[in-house]
Design a protein around this ligand. Structure first.
Ligand SMILES: Cc1ncc(C[n+]2csc(CCOP(=O)(O)OP(=O)(O)O)c2C)c(N)n1
Ligand SMILES: [Mg+2]
Length: 333
């Protein structure tokens, strides 16, 4: 990997981290309410996979959306405005944090419903396989808890049988809300679940962004060449509560231990220790990114809330609205 690519990975991780730190600050200042699902601790997985994708590839997401949107090249101002509920937001302030979608950057879907993005990714991949000549892939991001949901297994099977160009990316933080993995999963790893469907399962240290990027590059290549899906089981730590404001039942000592695996801190240390970067570069990146995020906050605050008359817009496509109207007429005639 070239130095430039390493700095891009670092920048991507730091951008997500600094954005989320700002969210925490805004919550503390009572500018935002509690309830946000940060992906702090998962940055190495997001940046590593994102760095293996092309701009014309697609992703789907679970409830931890903000870092994914940023990592795929999303606009800091638009995501900040969205979570402030403003009309200048990614989804005109109607989606909030957990239902983000933005076709312009290939961010197809996110959902509050655990595992819901997995079949959507497979469907999109099957459509691309049949309708596009550009060998695009779809990466879907979900948690280890989601791999216990039935739809994960159906979707894996359908993807495998059809050799759909999908990356199943499991952000394996060992927790489902506050319940530890050993209480709800009978296999030792998520990766081994792939073998039931004839899919390649790859376990990787998700706190090591370069390792994730390496595994993701191979998986993307395989998918583009018609080799079908890969399940990437990327192990990591969750550095915040499940959602802001919810009690975390880990002890302070356990959380302190988890911080030793902070993927952002580890990568900065690795690059500094091997003299690939120096402290000045990190300082420069940090101040540039903080300026970007502060500007986004000003933009969001200065924007207006959506008009009430827009409340029912964009719920269904025009076509569906027509179909519903016809169905309603039919019933009442
Ligand atoms: C179908 C469904 N079941 C349960 C929930 C409640 N719920 C929300 S997040 C979550 C934990 C998900 O854990 P995981 O998939 O590991 O993702 P993580 O939050 O750890 O990133 C649960 C059980 C839900 N939203 N949807
Ligand atoms: Mg989890």
């Amino acid at each position: 990997m070239r130095d430039k690519e390493k700095i891009e990975l670092l920048r991507d991780m730091m951008r997500i981290r600094i954005f989320e730190e700002k969210i925490l600050e805004l919550i503390q200042q009572k500018e935002l309410e509690l309830g946000f699902h940060l992906l702090m601790g998962h940055e190495g997985i997001m940046a590593g996979v994102s760095g293996a994708l092309r701009n014309d590839d697609y992703i789907t997401s679970n409830h931890r959306t903000m870092g994914r949107y940023l990592s795929r090249g999303g606009d800091t101002k638009k995501i900040m405005a969205e979570i402030f509920g403003k009309e200048t937001g990614v989804c005109q302030g109607m989606a909030g944090e957990m239902l983000i979608a933005d076709k312009s950057i290939g961010f197809l879907f996110s959902s509050v419903t655990v595992a819901a993005g997995i079949p959507v990714a497979v469907g999109a991949a099957l459509a691309l396989q049949r309708l596009s000549k550009n060998n695009q892939v779809v990466a879907c991001f979900f948690g280890d808890g989601a791999t216990c949901n039935g739809i994960f297994h159906e979707a894996m099977n359908v993807a495998a049988v059809n050799k759909a160009p999908v990356l199943f990316v499991c952000e394996n933080n060992g927790l489902s809300i506050n319940i530890r993995q050993s209480e709800w999963m009978s296999t030792l790893t998520v990766a081994e679940r792939a073998s039931a469907y004839g899919v390649k399962g790859e376990r990787v240290d998700g706190t090591d962004v370069e390792a994730v990027n390496g595994v993701a590059r191979l998986a993307v290549e395989r998918a583009r060449q018609g080799g079908g899906p890969t399940l990437i089981d990327a192990t990591t730590v969750r550095l915040r509560p499940h959602k802001e404001g919810l009690a975390d039942n880990r002890s302070a000592d356990e959380i302190k231990e988890d911080w030793k695996k902070d993927p952002v801190g580890l990568y900065i240390k690795k690059l500094e220790d091997s003299k690939q970067i120096d402290q000045n570069l990190v300082k420069k990146l940090r101040s540039e990114l903080m300026a970007e995020v502060n500007e986004a906050v000003d933009y969001a605050k200065a924007s207006s809330f959506p008009k009430e008359s827009k409340l029912m817009d964009n719920l269904y496509s025009e076509q569906m609205s027509d179909a519903f109207a016809r169905a309603a007429n039919f019933r009442f005639r």
